[in-house]
Design a protein around this ligand. Structure first.
Ligand code: 5GP
Ligand code: ZN
Length: 140
């Protein structure tokens, strides 16, 4: 039976989905967020419910529901998103550093949840950047 107000979008048409999409509204500045990076294609902002001292979300401005909806045509924007992670991590004090012996310190987790079994709650592709000194409060 079809639900009147589905919790998750079931329509694969990205143009139909984006009207109801929280992160499209954040990208359009219709909903406020703590923005830490923006360019013509990407936006990064602080997660409203951080799982760790640093918890950023990095999105493409153009609506794509999940990583599962991506193909080779998304390779450039996906690459751009991943390449932005080290810069954001450095700016937020959680980049990986090495001491004189080459022992690593610091660091972060980079996470993309996809679909219900992947634990995705917001159906607009996003990369989590989760880091800072442990212990972390959230279980990510
Ligand atoms: P997912 O579970 O889909 O991978 O992650 C969605 C993330 O979006 C969660 O970590 C959640 O805290 C965050 N989130 C949900 N609503 C908002 C919001 O309105 N603003 C911000 N900044 N983050 C949100
Ligand atoms: Zn969207």
């Amino acid at each position: 039976m079809k639900r009147a107000t589905p919790a998750k979008p079931t329509n694969p048409d990205p143009k139909a989905a984006m009207h109801h999409c929280l992160f499209c509204k954040i990208a359009a500045k219709q909903i406020p967020s703590a923005i830490v990076y923006e360019d013509e294609e990407l936006l990064a902002f602080k997660d409203i419910n951080p799982a760790a001292p640093v918890h950023l979300l990095l999105i493409p401005k153009e609506h794509v529901a999940t990583l599962s909806d991506c193909d080779a045509s998304h390779a450039a924007v996906l690459g751009k998103m991943l390449a932005l992670v080290p810069k954001l991590a450095a700016e937020h004090g959680c980049k990986v550093t090495y001491d004189a012996d080459g022992t690593p310190a610091g660091g972060y987790k980079t996470l993309i949840n996809s679909g219900p079994d992947g634990g995705q709650e917001v159906y607009h592709l996003h990369v989590h950047l989760i880091g800072g000194p442990r212990p972390w409060a959230g279980q990510r």
